[in-house]
Design a protein around this ligand. Structure first.
Ligand code: AMX
Length: 405
């Protein structure tokens, strides 16, 4: 901006916007993705539904480099990931000391932090590649060690990113057909969860922690602690439970009338209809459509999946009749848990970890931008929003603003 020129006013902020979780308050730029209320989710300008079936490595390249890779660039990028995928034994061994009663997200947060004990090098770009390359390996090891499936399985250099992940999982009893289905699902699941704009809780937290110059691993552990909450990443597990409850109540003869009655009952008793609604989108989440199409291919007769499809038809008109609900459409979590269950990952406690495995990519890419590229390479300053001093806050009505902090 020229000296003396006035910067554009972006919004007026009123007192009643305090304590609303920064809703709608602009804080910066996101170079990787955008969520547009009437249009959907875009990765570097590309509708996510158009690239959902691409190789995950190609989409990671897009998010990191802002260009779709040529065949040569794809091969180079895959080589780079493979060259960095080895997880030191001392990190894998720390998993064996963790209590198995701990939630898998706690293991995941621990594992990312442990990776930083050997991987932090003071260069966010290198740490970004290192973490993205290693995250499938360490995630698969968490499944194996915590579930008692056996020793971690070493990664191969001849498999794609998600093919390798499913190979390293080594899910006991999964036959060749189910392995093929799980691989197909994980490729799509990974891509559609990579990124979701700049202001979602885990992404914002990761960038805030990195603004204090914490390394990529420390910042990502903090981001994943944000993802662990039931209002954020854990919603996919809650949605599966909701679908299962609907199946249990309606029975094997899934039919529209019975489901309609059940949903109306739930709303009347002020219960949440899981898998529907979105904080930003006002059209159907494109990721929900992609996942239903994937389910149609992989598990069309699965009872939970049939319920997912029926709910997608029956619920929106019912929610739309309620004026307080801003978005009546299915969201990404409406189908993801049911598909994971149908394709062989039967413990829902791990579903948030799978979300994290994917979301690490977008958050790492955004941290690299904020630390290395923003403000002509100077990086954004340490995060420091303003709080007003008020001894009782709003706990007893409207607070007086008594000072600054
Ligand atoms: N079932 C019941 N009530 C709902 C609802 C739903 N599916 N969606 C919205 N509402 C209610 C809200 O609870 C809120 O009620 P209140 O005024 O009494 O507090 C009111 O409608 C207005 O909410 P909103 O402006 O439409 O949505 P929001 O931005 O506050 O919240 C979301 C968005 C996703 C939390 C909400 O739609 C919801 O709770 N959905 C069901 C849970 C779910 O599927 N979560 C997964 C989210 C997917 C994702 O974003 N990853």
């Amino acid at each position: 901006m020229k000296e003396g020129a006035k910067s554009a006013v972006l919004m007026e902020l009123t007192k009643d916007q305090l304590e609303t979780g920064l809703r709608g308050v602009p804080v910066g730029y996101c170079t990787t993705s955008s969520v547009e209320a009437q249009k959907g989710l875009f990765y570097v300008g590309r509708p996510v539904e158009e690239i959902a079936n691409s190789d995950p490595e190609q989409v990671i390249h897009l998010l990191l480099h802002k260009t779709w890779p040529t065949a040569e660039q794809s091969a180079e990028f895959s080589k780079l990931l493979k060259a960095n995928q080895g997880v030191p034994r001392e990190v894998l061994d720390t998993l064996k000391a963790l209590p198995r009663t701990g939630h898998p997200m706690k293991w995941f947060i621990h594992a990312i932090n442990a990776l930083g004990m050997v991987g932090a090098c003071g260069d966010y770009r290198r740490e970004c590649i290192d973490l993205i390359a290693k995250i499938p390996v360490i995630t698969a090891a968490i499944f194996r060690v915590r579930s008692g499936w056996g020793e971690p399985i070493a990664p191969r250099t001849d498999l794609g990113y998600m093919e390798n992940f499913v190979y390293m999982l080594g899910v006991p009893g999964l036959d060749a057909d189910k392995t093929r289905k799980l691989t197909k699902l994980m490729r799509v699941f990974d891509v559609v969860h990579f990124d979701h704009g700049g202001g979602n809780l885990s992404t914002f937290v990761g960038k805030a922690v990195a603004s204090g110059k914490a390394d990529m691993y420390e910042s990502m552990s903090a981001a994943m602690a944000g993802l662990a909450g039931p209002l954020h990443g854990k919603a996919n597990q809650e949605c599966l439970e909701f679908v299962q409850e609907c199946v249990a109540k309606v029975g094997e003869n899934v039919n529209a009338d019975a489901v309609r009655g059940l949903i109306q009952q739930k709303l009347a008793s002020k219960e949440v209809v899981y898998g529907f609604g979105h904080a930003v989108l006002r059209v159907e989440d494109p990721r929900a459509k992609v996942l239903r199409a994937t389910g149609e291919e992989l598990c069309p007769t699965d009872i939970n999946f049939r319920m997912v499809k029926l709910l997608a038809e029956v619920v929106p008109p019912i929610l739309a009749a309620n004026p307080k609900i801003s978005d009546p459409h299915p969201n990404v979590d409406s189908a993801s848990g049911s598909l994971l269950m149908a394709c062989g990952l039967t413990d829902p406690d791990y579903y948030t970890v799978l979300f994290g495995l994917s979301r690490v990519v977008g958050i790492a890419a955004q941290i690299v931008y904020e630390r290395c590229e923003a403000r002509q390479g100077k990086g954004t300053p340490i995060v420091r929003p303003k709080y007003f001093f008020s001894p009782l806050g709003t706990s007893q009505g409207e607070a007086e603003i008594a000072g600054t902090g």
